[in-house]
Design a binder for this molecule. Structure first.
Ligand code: NAP
Length: 282
């Protein structure tokens, strides 16, 4: 079998076009504020892209840049002010934060209604009981891919490799909420390939190149590669999955780059519009 490519770049463009039309129909422009602490080069690129695409769809976007020495107290004060600001619909604090700042306290200081990353305990709680929530953007983008490519999840065996709070766990929860049977694997899982090779849907969110070879994949499986690993030597991005070999066995596969990555930002914009609509509900 040769897998069909799930083109995240193309789908993200389509989503942005759809969102542009939605924004035009709103009374005001939704507003997203990104808080960036320090000068981490990767974070700077992510923030720049978030702002670029927000503006493209008509979402107003501000970036608050804070020095790496900023005290947690000051950051919390800024978030409180943004929570109260009626013009601000979405707040995102770019992660990772520096070690002197408590990430949990900062994320949970954001009003749940403006938590467009969906990382707060409140939104995670809603997701876990199957209620409407602001859902983390990367797994939400993968759900959008399933919808677009008409991949039915009901009763399918889905295996998620990785259990981080921002990708693995919400991914497993979304699959479960959509009637898949879910197994979650992690670094202590024994005989990983015995488990993954049974999956109808295999999602890998680890960050180890070549972790998923053809031995890990069932014939005809749907394979989603979340990882983004920078190969500085060859100046390219790699995933967990050995694309060349696995694409000969799978029925659908995402590339890296151009797969899950572009969908993440598109879903951030969608979450900002969702937050705006909820805040402006009569
Ligand atoms: P993370 O917090 O480092 O989590 C990695 C997970 O992989 C952990 O649960 C870890 O298990 C598990 N793991 C490590 N080695 C393993 C192994 N040999 N076998 C099975 N599981 C193993 O990473 P993350 O934030 O979830 O991100 C994962 C990857 O996705 C990274 O490459 C990241 O850059 C990428 N990412 C991409 C996007 C995007 O938009 N495309 C967004 C977010 C993240 P333990 O829990 O036992 O340690």
């Amino acid at each position: 079998m040769t897998a069909k490519l799930i083109d995240g770049k193309k789908l993200a463009e389509k989503v942005r076009q759809r969102l542009k039309i939605v924004v035009k129909s709103l009374k005001k422009k939704p507003k997203l504020v990104v808080v960036l602490v320090g000068d981490n080069p990767a974070s700077q690129i992510y923030v720049k892209n978030k702002q670029k695409y927000a503006l493209e769809v008509g979402i107003e976007s501000d970036v608050i840049r804070l020095d790496k020495t900023v005290e947690e107290k000051k950051l919390l004060k800024i978030i409180k002010k943004l929570n109260k600001d009626k013009k601000v619909n979405g707040i995102l604090v770019q992660l990772p934060l520096l070690s002197h700042i408590n990430e949990f306290d900062v994320i949970n200081a954001i009003s749940p209604q403006k938590d467009v990353d969906g990382f707060s305990v409140y939104n995670k709680g809603l997701l876990s009981i199957g209620k409407d929530a602001l859902v983390p953007c990367t797994p939400l983008g993968i759900m959008e891919m399933f919808k677009e490519y008409k991949i039915n999840l009901k009763g399918k065996l889905a295996v998620v490799v990785g259990r981080s709070n921002i990708v693995g766990k919400p991914m497993a929860q979304l699959l479960l909420n959509n009637d898949a049977t879910v197994i979650q694997c992690h670094s202590k899982t024994k005989n990983l390939s015995d488990i993954t090779s049974k999956a109808d849907i295999l999602i890998s969110a680890v960050g180890k190149k070549n972790l998923i070879t053809e031995k890990y994949v069932k014939d005809g499986a749907i394979v989603i590669d979340v990882a983004m690993i920078r190969d500085e030597k060859n100046k390219k991005w790699l995933g967990d999955v050995n694309f060349e070999k696995v694409s000969k066995k799978a029925s659908f596969i995402t590339p890296v780059p151009g797969g899950v990555g572009p969908m993440t930002i598109a879903m951030l914009l969608q979450n900002t519009i969702t937050a705006y609509k909820e805040q402006n509900k009569k």
